[in-house]
Design a protein around this ligand. Structure first.
Ligand code: ADP
Ligand code: MG
Length: 702
């Protein structure tokens, strides 16, 4: 590493054109302007672009950069970039290094190969990227290639959003506007803006690269499509927070350094519940920057894993029967003068701002539970939500004892008291009493209040944090807009607040659940409460175009009907495509690896039967093993043919919804059938002949 980079403080933000770099390198008035744009959301003045671009270019070239790129997040869920060099040849055969304001502000990639959900016909290839100056520009080093990255949004020629960032930015504006209206109506005269904040905890698995290379399923789909349960899983509860393995710790160290250089505040790291599973959490920041940083985090985890002979699996469910990976989106709203609107303080019952904000979130989540559920619906997450693993597909909110008590008080009239936490005495004379929180934690809730923020835990580990976050911002903004309408016309604000809170506490109490979300009893109870429980991705995506959802996005100017429909189509298509890839990969592995191994082994057993018999001894064991393997082999072969048949049928279905439903109802069951026999074969075949690394090897060997 560079000499300058020796200490963490020097490393942090080393490759970011951050506030201090801007202050140092931009003329004072230009710096002031750009700060105004970032802080006060004033439109960016394009006249300043040349000056800024020039300063950025000098800074980037000093760091060895030769190229720049607009970095954007199309609907693939990944990031996209097209590099251009700074070179500008001169007539005398030499070159200058140039970077104009126009190049900084706008790019024009050929958009025709990105999913657009019909928003743009292929022949209308033009799309635009535009610099999002609220997320800092940075430099990335990929081997010897050093490039200036410009975080950007991506839209069609007609200005329709083709990416994840545009609706996120629009939703931030909506939330800012409506929350500020409410604050002002409540008598806050100092806060000018409200920003949504996000701290996403990222879960992932590490497996040794040598195993990965032998598994086509991991290579092509990111998850194991075959694999018998290992004799040991996660039942010992000994991995969670366990001592870091040295090889893993070295990997984490390097990840941190790389992230710190990019200004990503990687903070927490630990072993997760499942063997070979880990977590990384940054310090929270604005939802916009946090979303960019989460993309960089996923990318860096994969890149650095490679250097250490690992593969980082980000899939929601790489291993059947073992906990999957999610992303916990910690979300809050903070004013420009530093007030966390979800901070209850010591006595929440008389904290009016907090109660209004809390109730707004509760109301929004209850009203738009299906939309929140849909914001995390993808192929991978289907294995977690509503399957035999937490959290369930039912959206509910954990408030904890203290706030639930206040919520009940609100429903019955006015809130007049807050339960206090007290002290924790440990019975050890040398330890002082510890202050105890007024509420225990709940690990099973999909949407939990955790002290001064909400934690949305249904998000999938591969997902962009943009989707669930712009949905949350939008629905909360919409409820706040209604509250602001009431308050702005109220003669007596206090009694109006009381009325609003009572109404919310009465009408939306059904969404509050503090118990164990993993139990059957909760599923039954939720049904009684008429809370939606949409287990399948297809079923969930089908709710997106419900009129109330279209309306909320249009009212808050986050997505138009067409934009929303396009997104839904893209998600449906992605689902079917992914299932199809998984099915084809299974067929490939079954035909070319598993069945041949089974046939080889039955051949060995048949030889054994014959040669043992020829000595005059009865080959009882050999014969019964042969029978079993033969039976399993023909069952697997039958299942394979069954899968082949449905895959062929599926290919003929044109309509996106019908296709996705067919995948759910026919292809996935056929895949499960094949897997079941193949996994049984694995348990009954000579280990030396089995072609795939086993679960035990992948999960426990480091
Ligand atoms: P847990 O104990 O739930 O695993 P941590 O305490 O490690 O979680 O924090 C989880 C994440 O929540 C971190 O990214 C942290 O920065 C973030 N966080 C903390 N406070 C807030 C807040 N007010 N708004 C948004 N995120 C926050
Ligand atoms: Mg957490």
């Amino acid at each position: 590493m560079d000499k300058d980079c020796e200490t963490v403080t020097a490393v942090f933000g080393f490759n970011v054109f951050n506030d201090s770099a801007m202050r140092e390198r931009l003329p004072k008035d230009v710096y002031k302007w750009i700060r105004k744009t970032i802080n006060n959301h004033q439109p960016f003045d394009p006249a300043l672009a040349n000056v800024i671009a020039n300063a950025m270019k000098d800074w980037a070239i000093e760091k060895g950069a030769t190229h720049f790129c607009h970095w954007f997040q199309p609907m693939t869920g990944l990031t996209a970039e097209k590099h251009d060099s700074f070179i500008s040849p001169t007539p005398d055969g030499r070159t200058m290094m140039e970077f104009s304001g126009k190049e900084l502000c706008q790019g024009e990639p050929d958009a025709s190969s990105f999913p657009s959900g019909g928003l743009r016909a292929t022949f209308e290839a033009r799309g635009y990227t535009a610099w999002d100056c609220t997320s800092p520009v940075f430099i990335k080093e990929d081997g010897k290639n050093i490039t200036l990255y410009i975080p950007s949004v991506f839209c069609s020629y007609t200005g329709l959003a083709l990416d994840k960032k545009t609706p996120l930015l629009r939703s931030m504006d909506a939330l800012d506007k409506q929350a500020t209206r409410v604050l002002s109506a409540l008598g806050n005269k100092t806060s000018q803006h409200v920003t949504a904040m996000l701290g996403p905890e990222q879960e992932y698995f590490l497996v040794d690269r040598s195993f990965y290379e032998k598994r086509l399923d991991l290579i092509l789909t990111g998850r194991t499509l075959f694999g018998a349960a290992p004799p040991r899983g996660q039942e010992m509860d000994d991995h969670y927070f366990g001592t870091l393995h040295e090889r893993v710790a070295s990997f984490m160290h390097e990840v941190n350094i790389e992230l710190w250089k990019l200004g990503v505040s990687a903070k927490t790291q630990h072993n997760e519940v499942a063997p070979a599973q880990y977590e990384l959490a940054p310090v929270f920041t604005t939802v916009n920057v946090a979303t960019d940083h989460n993309q960089l985090t996923m990318e860096t985890l994969q890149k650095v894993a490679n250097r250490h002979g690992f593969i980082c699996l980000l899939h929601e469910k790489p291993f059947a029967g073992i906990n999957g990976s999610g992303k916990h989106n910690n979300w809050s709203m903070v004013t420009d003068d530093g007030i966390n609107l979800l901070d209850p303080g010591e006595t929440p019952h008389d904290n009016m701002v907090f109660l209004v904000m809390l109730c707004a979130v509760v109301c929004a989540v209850d009203k738009y539970a299906k939309l929140l559920r849909a914001s995390v619906a993808n192929t991978g997450n289907e294995h977690r939500l509503g399957a035999n693993e937490a959290p369930p597909a039912i959206v509910s909110i954990f408030l904890g004892e203290q706030l639930t008590d206040i919520f009940d008080q609100l429903a019955n009239g006015d809130a007049t008291s807050s339960r206090q936490g007290g002290e924790l005495k440990l019975g050890v004379s040398t330890l002082p009493p510890l202050p105890k929180d007024c509420t225990d934690r709940n690990r099973t809730s999909p949407f939990a209040f955790t002290g001064n923020k909400f934690e949305f835990r249904m998000v999938g580990s591969t997902q962009s944090t943009a989707d669930p976050t712009f949905v949350l911002n939008t629905i909360v903004a919409d409820v706040l807009a209604e509250i602001a309408d009431e308050l702005e016309k109220a003669k007596d604000v206090k009694s109006s607040v009381q009325k609003i809170l009572r109404k919310i506490a009465t009408e939306h109490s059904r969404i509050i659940f503090n118990g164990d979300n993993y139990t059957e009893e909760w599923v039954a109870e939720a049904e009684k409460r008429q809370l939606p429980n949409i287990r399948s991705t297809v079923g969930s995506l089908a709710t997106i175009m419900d009129e109330e959802n279209v309306n909320v996005f249009e009212r808050q100017k986050v997505l138009s009907r067409d934009e929303l429909r396009a997104r839904t189509d893209i998600l449906l298509e992605a689902y079917s495509m992914q299932i199809n890839i998984e099915a084809m990969t299974m067929l490939n592995i079954a035909k070319r690896q598993i069945l041949p191994a089974a046939i080889k082994y039955s051949g060995c057993l048949a030889d054994a039967v014959n040669s043992v018999k020829s000595t005059g001894i009865d080959a009882v064991t050999q014969k019964s093993m042969l029978e079993q393997v033969s039976e399993l082999t023909s069952s697997a072969d039958k299942a394979l043919k069954g899968l082949e048949e449905v895959v062929e049928k599926c290919a003929k279905i044109e309509d996106a919804s019908n296709k996705a439903e067919f995948c759910r109802d026919k292809v996935i069951p056929a895949m499960c059938e094949l897997r079941q026999f193949a996994d049984e074969l694995e348990m009954n075949i000579d280990a030396d002949l089995w072609p795939l690394p086993t679960y035990a090897e992948m999960l426990f060997l480091k």
